[in-house]
Design a protein around this ligand. Structure first.
Ligand code: FES
Length: 307
């Protein structure tokens, strides 16, 4: 851990008002996304549920790449006094600024469900990006008016702010673990493993058991017994405390929904699936076995006698 990291974390701890204000804003956005099935699907798309990892960092590469290249062409244009190079700089500035719109929308969507410890840096990241976007809008307008020098001045300030904000974005991922897979990693067991007496597993009552020293959620409904990793892949929420409905569990922290049969993501913000287990009741015992390659087939529940 570098001195800069330690100082940054200390500074973030001082930013409680920023974190509190950011949390309030994020909850409002999150509520809007949760307000209907349609808005949930839009949020899923923007989170990158379909992609298997967050969409926002993919788009930031395009925006930052275009703006950085614009800076290079602006500098080359100034050094060589070339209008052609200046024009390329203008076009790249405009392209980066247009691409910043979907980048910001996906960022705002992820912002609506940031894990609590990242509230201050996530809010600072969002604020800086709003300011640098303003500078780039001003730059594009100045360049379109033919005031290239002023356009370069604004975009240079914007690029400096973008660099700081991108560094904060990196901190969010590598220090605060935003967007990474928080689910537990299990070794593949060869055999069925008993985790619970079936008599201790009432209908529709989630149980958290330990397997390989890590928590697994067990849930029984009708003739089915389900088992998936209990630590939410989004930010580590306890799925055994979630809401259960129609063969799915909704995380209590940011409302990701997972299919209980195989751990697949039904709704984000999670973009990574849960480890899925086959589950069965055999001779009065609940047994589980890790799914191979995440392809779950159900076990052979014979639990009706325990209803
Ligand atoms: S921890 Fe965020 S949805 Fe589960």
């Amino acid at each position: 851990v570098s001195l800069l990291d330690i100082e940054t974390e200390k500074a973030m701890e001082q930013l409680t008002p920023v974190a509190d204000a950011g949390t309030k804003v994020s909850l409002v956005i999150h509520d809007v996304f949760l307000s209907s099935e349609g808005t949930r699907y839009i949020a899923d798309f923007l989170h990158g549920t379909w992609l298997g990892h967050p969409l926002h960092p993919v788009l930031t590469d395009i925006t930052i790449g275009a703006w950085a290249m614009a800076g290079i062409f602006d500098a080359a244009g100034a050094i060589t006094d070339s209008d052609e190079l200046r024009k390329v700089g203008d076009h790249l500035t405009t392209a980066g600024t247009i691409s910043a719109i979907p980048t910001a929308i996906t960022g705002l969507t992820d912002y609506s469900t940031f894990p609590e410890p990242s509230a201050a840096p996530a809010t600072l990241h969002a604020m800086l990006n709003t300011i640098n976007f303003g500078f780039y809008i001003a730059s594009v307008r100045a360049r379109r008016r033919g005031d290239h020098s002023r356009g370069v001045l604004y975009s240079t300030i914007g690029l400096g702010l973008t660099a700081v904000s991108a560094w904060l974005g990196g901190k969010l991922v590598y220090t605060y673990k935003v967007g990474v897979d928080h689910s537990d990693k299990f070794e593949k067991p060869e055999r069925w493993t008993t985790v619970l007496d079936a008599s201790s597993l009432p209908m529709r009552t989630p149980k958290r058991v330990e397997y390989d020293g890590k928590p697994v959620l067990i849930y029984r409904e009708g003739a089915e017994v389900y088992a998936i990793g209990a630590t939410c892949s989004h930010a580590g929420g306890p799925l055994n405390e979630g809401k259960f409905s129609r063969g799915c569990v909704e995380c209590p922290w940011h409302q990701s929904v997972f299919n209980l049969e195989n751990g697949h993501v039904v709704h984000g913000p999670a973009t990574h699936p849960q480890p899925g287990f086959e589950a069965r009741i055999e001779s009065g015992k609940v047994q589980i076995r890790l799914c191979k390659d995440r392809e779950c087939r159900k076990g052979n529940p014979e639990g009706n006698e325990y209803h």
